[in-house]
Design a protein around this ligand. Structure first.
Ligand SMILES: NC(=O)c1ccc[n+]([C@@H]2O[C@H](COP(=O)([O-])OP(=O)(O)OC[C@H]3O[C@@H](n4cnc5c(N)ncnc54)[C@H](OP(=O)(O)O)[C@@H]3O)[C@@H](O)[C@H]2O)c1
Length: 275
């Protein structure tokens, strides 16, 4: 049997690094720490080596389609696909950042939603039977959804929403934000929150597609929240350590063979949440 492989995006620090650490201990196969910056990635690999762990490394910038395709080709060639994919890479502007809201919306939705979508587009067919896909979203997505106007809420909860329609909605948010009209158009005042609505709904769309197109492959795909975690993104006041933040993503990445659920859900504290 070929070697199993797990790939984690944005894993040179924070929750991603903690997910790599946990999978190095618990996953039977090769674990790939990936980073957009090779220097930061290799430094993170060395830090885990010093703990006696042996992750592998591949460059992967989710904002760069060529980088995604190069990585996808590598995993296809070397491993014949991927067993576990954790889409963890994400960004957030700091509260104090004075960048205009329209730009924050564009930049945040680009990485967190559109680039994660590119990852799923390029890696979906590589996911092997029995594979697990985990998209790191946030509880903030649930809060932001509940702050959308009723029409938007209905669209984001619609089980028939297509990936294209979701992409159009994300683009509409960016356009409305750039015009300074997002609030009057029914959007919440959070670019990060809307980007994570996109990640959660995208996960549900991809899970439904897997169930339809590969019903016998036993692949489970979910979105999750790691909790509020002490990282460069969330700051020092958060209650959870990165290793604690990794617990739910790792639980979803290691759902046992033959498990049928959760699938297409938003999961927090290892528990399916209402969307
Ligand atoms: N911390 C929390 O409380 C919390 C709560 C809910 C959800 N989350 C989510 O959890 C995930 C990890 O967050 P974190 O708190 O660990 O943040 P973090 O410490 O800022 O780490 C983010 C990671 O993503 C990487 N990244 C950003 N853009 C990338 C790109 N284009 N391509 C590849 N990697 C990229 C960063 O790489 P660089 O080092 O090169 O910048 C870094 O490794 C994010 O999706 C975040 O939204 C976090």
């Amino acid at each position: 049997m070929s070697t199993r492989v797990a790939v984690i995006t944005g894993s040179n620090k924070g929750i991603g690094l903690a997910i790599v650490r946990a999978l190095c201990k618990q996953f039977e196969g090769d674990v790939f720490l990936t980073a957009r910056d090779v220097g930061r990635g290799e430094a993170a690999v060395q830090a885990l080596n010093a703990e006696g762990l042996k992750p592998m490394f591949h460059q992967l910038d989710i904002d760069d389609l060529n980088s995604i395709k190069t990585a996808a080709d590598f995993f296809k060639e070397k491993y014949g696909g991927v067993d576990v994919l954790v889409n963890n890479a994400g960004i957030a502007f700091k509260m104090a950042d004075t960048t205009p809201f329209g730009i924050q919306a564009e930049v945040t939705v680009k990485t967190n939603f559109f680039s994660t979508r590119n990852m799923l587009t390029c890696f979906s067919e590589l996911i092997k039977p029995g594979g697990r896909v985990v998209n790191v979203s946030s509880m903030v997505s649930v809060r932001a959804l509940n702050q959308c106007n009723p029409d938007l809420q209905q669209q984001f909860r619609n089980e028939n929403i297509t990936e294209e329609e979701l992409g159009d909605l994300m683009q509409r948010f960016i356009d409305d934000a750039k015009k300074g009209e997002h609030k009057q158009c029914g959007w919440p005042d959070t670019a990060y929150g809307v980007s994570k609505i996109g990640v959660t709904v995208l996960s549900m769309i991809h899970a439904r597609r897997l169930s339809k197109e590969r019903p016998n492959d036993g692949i489970l795909l979910n979105a999750c929240c790691p909790g509020w975690v002490r990282t460069d993104m969330a700051g020092p006041k958060a209650p959870k350590s990165p290793d604690e933040g990794a617990i739910t993503p790792v639980y979803l990445a290691l759902l046992p063979p033959g498990a049928k659920e959760p699938h297409g859900q938003f999961v927090s504290e290892k528990t399916v949440q209402k969307w």
